[in-house]
Every structure is written in structure tokens, then in C-alpha cells.
Design a protein around this ligand. Structure first.
Ligand SMILES: Cc1ncc(COP(=O)(O)O)c(C=O)c1O
Length: 432
């Protein structure tokens, strides 16, 4: 689905989500506005849990907070029984504010600072996903200094080329993330980790990339990871208890996208690891996965108000909206594409080909290129679906644009979970 699960068209031809009229939401809360369908998020959490736990009840689903997080949103994730992946002190802090048990948080990142490690050690964070030798040594020293043992997973580079944009591929050999299996770096760091007095090696982690539509790359990853576990057990005598296969399952940004289902993904991961464990005669590790985009991406839409409409040639009409690269960087970062519709003309046919431009001072600030929509007019509410993930979290104040509000809708009611920034907010760090 491109639109959130509960989306409907009202009798007056307006798009509704979670029983709320999006045109009324835009009027009440202003635009640009992120709208998140709570029921959709909860359903995705449940699908993940069921799909994985039906195959192995020990499986743990870890929500990747980088996709979208706020205190209220994380409470929903927590209620659904998911764990949390954080990759900075800031994300960890939001997790703590939401009341996430520290033991259910996983700390990622290729350059965790000493201050971030101190914060995490202080709350007895569940797992540190170690990404470099310097981090391993630092963590061992810092844990020892406070009389604790840090439980770690080692991030592996499986050398897999997932079919996705280069900027969101992370499993290839030439990446800043993890330790290469092929070069021997992963085996070497494993040996070092087992010698550290204040480190408890629990297992491994790998994340091969994001917005991955086909499961082939995961099949390959599972093989590479389990072959490596066999090698570690044989050569170093380690007992590998946990295997975290990362996130990355893609979503439908356009009607023509064909992402794999969560259930098929679970089958490839859990089924593949089981088969390999049997083949190699190794113990079945506890399996974790870290979805972000596939939990919240399709649950969210962005509402904009159309301002100017400018036809510059026979084939090009720009429809400008009151946001752009300050609330959605993905088109500029990865050439991401979207569909779009007009919330107050949801029952009208798409007759006009336009490009949707942001309001920022960059000619590349184009949200959607060459898309057919109903005849646009100033004041219409334009919707870009599938913006729940990696939208708000990358929002910025370019051109001193205040960041949008985020509201969550359910059963006909809406609540603000992140309020809109004001001009005063923009000045809060100024010294003058
Ligand atoms: C380590 C790690 N885990 C999980 C994720 C979540 O990926 P996705 O949102 O594509 O599921 C990411 C995304 O970059 C990541 O880097």
C-alpha cells in the first residue's frame, strides 16, 4: 500500500486517515504537517512479531529509531513489545525519556563518542554493537572503570551487494561500517573481544542496506554470517548466542514498487539460519532484526499547501508547496521518488502532469517530478505518501524554515506528538 492502512475517501472527496479528515487537519495544525497512522504502525509491529516468532519464539524485533522517533511514538513501539535500536546519545536519550528499559536498547554507530558510551554504560544498556577496534578497547576500559561488563555484538561486513541506492548500501566491502569477514578482520576482532576482561561477546550484527525490495541479498547474507559463525566456533571455540541481521526491508513508495512481505522476509531469515545451523552442526542463535522504514514509512504522509503554480514550458508546470528539502531530504539525497495526490480532490481524476517544487533556495529542491494529479489550484492540500520514515528525522532549518509538526491519528482523533517549531524556537540557541 502507498497510503496508510486506514486511508479512505470521505463523501465530500477528502482523504481521511485514522478517521480524520486530512483537509481539516491541515487547517487546524497548519502545513507542512506529518500525519502518522497509529493503527498502521501497530499492525506492522504485530506482523513482524508474529512472522518471526511463529518460526522461532526467541526472535526479538528491534525498532530502528533512526527511521522516526519521538517520546510519544516510542511509547507505542514499547507497548507493542519491540526493542529499540539507537545510534547516538540523542536517540538513546529520547528512548530513556520514553521509558524504554535500558536492557531492550541496542547501541549502534561507527563513531560512538566517549560521552555517548558513558551515558550508555551508566544506564546498563542492553547491547553495544561494536564497530571498530578503538571502540572495543575504549568500551573495555570504560566498563572496567565503573565495574561493569559491556555486552556486545560485533558488526560484520558480509560483502553483500544489495540492490538499492549506493548511499544506503552498507554491507559491501568498501564501507565505513563493521569488520570485514573476507579480510579476516572480523575473526581477528572476535579473538580480541574474547580476551577483554570487561567485555562479554554475545554475538554478531550485520545490516546490508535499506529499501531492499528483493530477498536474494538476505539469503546470501544469512549464508555468509552462519558460515562465519561456524568458523568462529571451530577456530576460536566461541559460543555465539545471538545474531542480529539488521533491517532494510523496503516499502512501496510508488504503486509499481514490489517490496517483499514481512512474512517472506522472516522465512528467509529464520528458515535460512535454521537450515545453515543444521548443516554446520552449530547451535541455533537467538535471531534479532531491526526494521525501521517497514514499520513507519508507509504509515506516514506529509500534507502541504499549494502556493504558486508556474508553467515554464509546454511540458513543465511547477506546483510549489510550503515545505520541501527542509522536511524531506530523500529526493535530493538519493533521488527518491514519490507519488502524490490532492487531499481535497481525492475523488477527482489525475489530469495534469506537474512537478512538485519545494520552497527552498536550491533548484534541486524538487519533491516529485512529472506526476499526474487533478487540476491543481492555490490553496489545495497536496499529499506525499510514504514519508513516515527518514523524513522528519532528517528535517532541518535551511532558510530558517521551522520544522513541521507531527501528529498521530487513530479512531477519529488526532494528537500532536511533535509540535511545529515557531520563529521563537529558531532563536533559542542565539546569543545576542
Ligand atoms: C544498523 C541499522 N539497523 C537498522 C536500520 C534500519 O533500516 P530500515 O529502516 O531500512 O529498516 C538501519 C538503517 O540505516 C541501520 O543502519
Amino acid at each position: 500500500m502507498v497510503l496508510p492502512l486506514t486511508s479512505k475517501t470521505s463523501p465530500e472527496g477528502h482523504l481521511t486517515i485514522g478517521g480524520c479528515d486530512t483537509v481539516s487537519l491541515a487547517k487546524k495544525y497548519g502545513t507542512p504537517l506529518f500525519v502518522i497512522d497509529e493503527e498502521h504502525v501497530r499492525k506492522q509491529c504485530r506482523r513482524y512479531k508474529k512472522a518471526f516468532r511463529d518460526l522461532d519464539e526467541r526472535c526479538e524485533i528491534i525498532y530502528a529509531g533512526k527511521a522516526f522517533l519521538s517520546v510519544a511514538f516510542l511509547k507505542v513501539i514499547m507497548e507493542e513489545g519491540l526493542s529499540l535500536d539507537v545510534m547516538s546519545g540523542g536517540e538513546l536519550f529520547v528512548g530513556m525519556k520514553a521509558g524504554f528499559p535500558a536492557g531492550k536498547m541496542y547501541f549502534h554507530g561507527n563513531n560512538k563518542t566517549p560521552e555517548e558510551l558513558e551515558l550508555a554504560l551508566g544506564v546498563d544498556l542492553g547491547r553495544f554493537v561494536v564497530d571498530s577496534k578503538i571502540e572495543l578497547e575504549r568500551l573495555d576500559r570504560m566498563a572496567g572503570a565503573v565495574g561493569k561488563k559491556a555486552h556486545i555484538l560485533i558488526r560484520l561486513t558480509p560483502g553483500i551487494h544489495a540492490t538499492t541506492h549506493d548511499y544506503i548500501k552498507t554491507g559491501t566491502e568498501d564501507t565505513k561500517f563493521g569488520f570485514s569477514i573476507a579480510s579476516g578482520a572480523a575473526l581477528d576482532i572476535t579473538g580480541k573481544a574474547t580476551e577483554k576482561a570487561n567485555i562479554e561477546l554475545m554475538g554478531y550484527h550485520a545490516h546490508i542496506g535499506s529499501q531492499i525490495l528483493s530477498l536474494d541479498a538476505y539469503e546470501e547474507t544469512v549464508e555468509v554470517l552462519t558460515d562465519f559463525i561456524k568458523q568462529v566456533e571451530d577456530e576460536l571455540g566461541c559460543d555465539v548466542k545471538e545474531l542480529d541481521v539488521g533491517g532494510g526491508l523496503g516499502i512501496k513508495y510508488k504503486s509499481t514498487d514490489e517490496p517483499s512481505g514481512i512474512e517472506d522476509f522472516a522465512g528467509v531469515i529464520v528458515g535460512g539460519i535454521k537450515r545453515q545451523a543444521e548443516r554446520h552442526g552449530i547451535k541455533m542463535p537467538k535471531i534479532m532484526t531491526e526494521p525501521g522504514r517497514s514499520i513507519v514509512g508507509s504509515a506516514g504522509v506529509t500534507l502541504y499547501t499549494i502556493g504558486t503554480i508556474k508553467t515554464v514550458s509546454e511540458s513543465r508546470t511547477y506546483v510549489s508547496v510550503d515545505g520541501g528539502m527542509s522536511d524531506n531530504l530523500r529526493p535530493m539525497l538519493y533521488g527518491a521518488t514519490y507519488e502524490t495526490l490532492i487531499a481535497n480532490k481525492a475523488d477527482k481524476g489525475a489530469t495534469k502532469t506537474v512537478s512538485v517544487a519545494g520552497k527552498h533556495c536550491e533548484s534541486g529542491d524538487i519533491l516529485v517530478e512529472d506526476i499526474k494529479i487533478p487540476e491543481p489550484e492555490t490553496g489545495d492540500i497536496l499529499v506525499t505518501p510514504a514519508t513516515g520514515a527518514y523524513g522528519y528525522v532528517m528535517a532541518n532549518n535551511y532558510n530558517r524554515q521551522p520544522r513541521p509538526a507531527v501528529i498521530m491519528v487513530k479512531d477519529g482523533s488526532a494528537r500532536v506528538i511533535l509540535r511545529r517549531e515557531t520563529y521563537e524556537d529558531l532563536l533559542r540557541l542565539e546569543e545576542y
